[in-house]
Ligand binder design. Sequence first.
Ligand code: ATP
Ligand code: MG
Length: 403
Amino acid sequence: MLYRLHNAGYEAYLVGGAVRDLLLGHRPKDFDIATDAKPEEVKQLFRNCRLIGRRFRLAHVFFGREIIEVATFRGGEPTESSDHQSDEGMILRDNVYGTLEEDALRRDFTVNALYYNIADFSIVDYWGGIADLEKGLLRLLGDPETRYREDPVRMLRAARFAAKLDFEIEEETAKPIYELGGLLDGVPDARLFDEILKLLMAGQAHVSFRILQKYKLLSHLFPQTAAAIEGEFAERTAQMLNQGLLNTDHRIAKEMPVTPAFLFAVMLWEPVRAQAEINRDDKGMPAILAIQRAASKVLSSQAQVIPIHKRYAIMMNEIWSLQPRFLNRRGKRPNRLFANQRFRAAYDFLLLRAQCGEIEQEVAQWWTDYQVDHPDAHKHQPNTRTRRQRRRPRNSRGKTRNP
Ligand code: ATP
Ligand code: MG
């Protein structure tokens, strides 16, 4: 793509994370290209190209499942670089094209502002990005506080890159973060949630989480978790979190499937557990109902800050609600629990609880042994979808389908 742009007479650079990662010997996650060709001109060069974005037009070029993003150099004041934000006043002036140098000014960290020039195979480095790369430093361009105010997500990006690259956040870049966490409240939920997923699902969840804690960002993202870590059961809460985060990183390293729902379930467990205890002891609710009520309270409180996507919330509820059932090991109950489609996740969750001493180790061991003794049990269970169940009409209980 770089050659095609170059041969058509345009400037063409590989930029951003791909250059950074290649120089560090890592495999880039995605590739971004910067060029002086206008989006319409890019479209003429690549058949498999789509233009996206209304405020700032970008070209996406598709290669199977890969998307290469081609952006025309951006200009204008760097303070307008909060491109994802909904500051209406900025809309008109946002779509300003610029020069390579202006484009470089709008990037976040020096190590993200390196351009690989296909014309002469050189690296363009206006900001000392190479030197910072060698020192392992994340340094924001410009005045850090101003840059965080323009776009508070840069604080999370700092945490993410520090964890992923094993870099230090340079002192001036780090200092304002302690104070500015509150700015995250103004970031649209969807963007924040995306960024949190990137932070937790990139294989460095454990370190990332530490960094969030260190810079006092956690309380702005997961206030109930932050409180639990300092609450009555601080030690075991921290232990469960650590272990849960490490397990996720470990699974990602081994390319095993992971779901953020499990991590979120771990992060919000102590608040749910504590509330469920109140529901049970003070209000006399049965164990499972107590958990379900607690879960909905904790999730709606979390939603005030960052709502967790519905499909994850459903799975979290399932993992939590199955926990009391592990204690009930009489008769056919274990078989039925084993057949539940969330058994595996709920069992992994149970192991964490046992590891941090919240429940008896014996319970976890019993379930571990149970699975060894019943390798096929789940295949014969009534809970798995059988033909008979699927054919049973929905209005079998006398309800009409379209009342
Ligand atoms: P990775 O893709 O590995 O997560 P990346 O550095 O490529 O890391 P992207 O989100 O893909 O991150 O962004 C590509 C480039 O766009 C960045 O390297 C940076 O130069 C610029 N950029 C992205 N987000 C911002 C931002 N919030 N503020 C300023 N520049 C940004
Ligand atoms: Mg990238």
